[in-house]
Design a protein around this ligand. Structure first.
Ligand code: LM2
Ligand code: CA
Length: 474
């Protein structure tokens, strides 16, 4: 699509949901860069509401989806300096930063002081720090009632969130300036939150003013949140693809459920025929921060290794730009991230490669995938060709002569022998280890006379490709 900037490494995105900027920076250097990630999606960086208690939680995670101003200093994830340092460190590690951009709306009702100290009055539609006043909001001041009517979907309120009148030039300029400030810091892409609730013509005008990303020689990568529902084409995912990519929820619905239930046969056909938009227009995911809470077909919490298998499958198949989910343990929907308890429910700052990730706090699902993000980069757009199946829940396929992957969505080991088009030789299993191995590593896999032989444990995976082969053992 037209908005894709040149890649530093692959295009795989990981969403480090609610991570502090300093933790993201460390992860870029220690884990994301070395394992082939192309980009990290970070939580919204703009000033947000601060809610000591709401819907049963102290400082719910969704504070961030209510914008008070476009200041990026002192969000719950750190200072403006922390943010800038993160972008720089990630860039040096070959990893782009994509920001979640809240541009459809500001806050819900009520009034208060935002994370950077700005006052806000949702009740009066007043945000002096931007500034926005009442005339900058759409006239329909009630929730969307008819979800098939574009006029309501675009111009009424989503969850009582004050709906910006993006037809106004000054509103467009405020948003463009906000995004440009992030681009000038090196941010290379945006998830456009609630894009479906903004007319495509308004978004087009907002994007038209965006700067090129310094050092990458092109505009930012844009992927728009457009959940498919009823109504005309103008509010469907394909109503927004002329402007940029879209999130394809069909993938989550089809693949998440099938992998959970151990139905792998037929999935390659499904991703080939049954998705909403073209493969190069879609961002795909097994779960995201919303589906984990509101539409749980599959998530790491409760599924464990089967969820890892699903995310590995997503990285092995050809449809869409994969977005890996990395989340945290919770017992209540609104519950915020694991906290140090020191300041306003801010997430812990001590996440490192060796501390912080455990099944009681941050799950760090992405680390379980090892160097699998190198796989889509190595195989490119080569189609998938099934090679071996054993029942419905065990499947192996080639990606041309460039990659081979196998999946065992059962609770018992699978002794697999499968033909492959990969050239004979030794490869590093990137689903289970780093892209660099030696021929005596536990993850070294041999293709001999066109055949791969291996034992996949319960819920196990295997993935080899032509760009990950052993160096000679020392
Ligand atoms: C999204 N994508 O288009 C985000 O992925 C999703 O997480 C956001 O909802 C939503 N759109 C708006 O940006 C979340 C969360 C809601 C929460 C909103 C705003 O799922 O529960 O709504 O953020 O913080 C909360 C209350 C809701 C209330 C609203 C306004 O849960 O009951 O509505 O605040 O006060 C009266
Ligand atoms: Ca709107």
């Amino acid at each position: 699509s037209a908005t894709i900037a040149p890649e530093t490494q692959g295009s795989v995105i990981v969403h480090l949901f609610q991570w502090r900027w300093e933790s993201v920076a460390r992860e870029c250097a220690d884990v994301l860069g070395p394992n082939g990630y192309g980009a990290v999606q970070v939580s919204p960086p703009q000033e947000h509401v601060v809610l000591p208690s709401a819907e049963g939680a102290a400082y719910p995670w969704w504070q961030d989806y209510q914008a008070v101003s476009y200041k990026i200093d002192n969000t719950r994830r750190g200072t403006a300096a922390d943010f800038a340092a993160m972008v720089e460190t990630c860039r040096e590690s070959g990893v782009k930063v994509y920001a979640d951009a809240i541009v459809n709306h500001t806050t819900g009702p009520g009034r208060g002081t935002g994370s950077a100290g700005s006052s806000w009055q949702g009740d009066a539609y007043a945000y002096p720090a931007v500034p926005y006043t009442s005339r900058d909001f759409n006239d329909c001041r009630h929730d969307i009632a008819d979800w098939n009517d574009p006029d309501e979907v675009w111009n009424c309120e989503l969850l009582a969130l004050r709906d910006l009148k993006t037809s106004r030039p000054n509103v467009r300029t405020e948003i463009t300036d906000y995004l440009n400030g992030l681009i000038d810091l090196g941010v290379a892409g945006f998830r456009i939150d609630a894009a479906k609730h903004i007319p495509a013509t308004d978004l087009q005008s907002i994007y038209a003013g965006l700067h090129d990303v310094p050092g990458y020689g092109g505009p930012p990568y844009v992927y728009q949140e457009v959940k498919e529902g009823g109504g005309p084409d103008s509010i469907k995912p394909w109503g927004y693809t002329p402007l940029g990519d879209v999130t394809d929820f069909r993938f989550h619905a089809a693949v998440g459920t099938a992998v959970r239930d151990g139905r792998l046969n037929g999935l390659l056909d499904a991703v080939d025929h049954d998705m909403a938009v073209a493969a190069d227009e879609a961002v795909v995911f097994i779960d995201n921060h919303d589906t984990q809470r509101d539409d749980v077909s599959i998530s790491y919490q409760g599924m464990g290794a089967r969820h890892d298998l699903a995310q590995t499958f997503m990285l092995a198949q050809p449809y869409g730009t994969p977005k890996v989910m990395s989340s945290y343990y919770y017992t209540q929907r609104a519950q915020g991230p694991p906290s140090t308890g020191t300041k306003d429910g801010n997430p812990a700052g001590a996440l490192t490669a060796t501390t912080g990730c455990d099944n009681a706090r941050w799950f760090c699902e992405h680390r379980n995938l090892n160097a699998m993000p190198t796989f889509p980069t190595a195989v490119g757009s080569t189609p998938a060709a099934p090679r071996t199946a054993d029942g419905d829940a065990r499947l192996a396929f080639d990606r041309g002569a460039r990659g081979f992957a196998a999946f065992n969505a059962t609770d018992t080991a699978w002794r697999m022998a499968s033909p492959t088009n990969l050239p004979d030789g030794t490869y590093c299993d990137v689903a289970n280890g780093p892209a660099a191995c030696t021929s005596d590593s536990a993850t070294a896999i041999t293709v001999d006379e066109g055949q791969v032989t291996a034992t996949l444990p319960a819920n196990g995976t295997l993935a080899i490709h032509v760009d990950a082969t052993p160096s000679a053992p020392s």
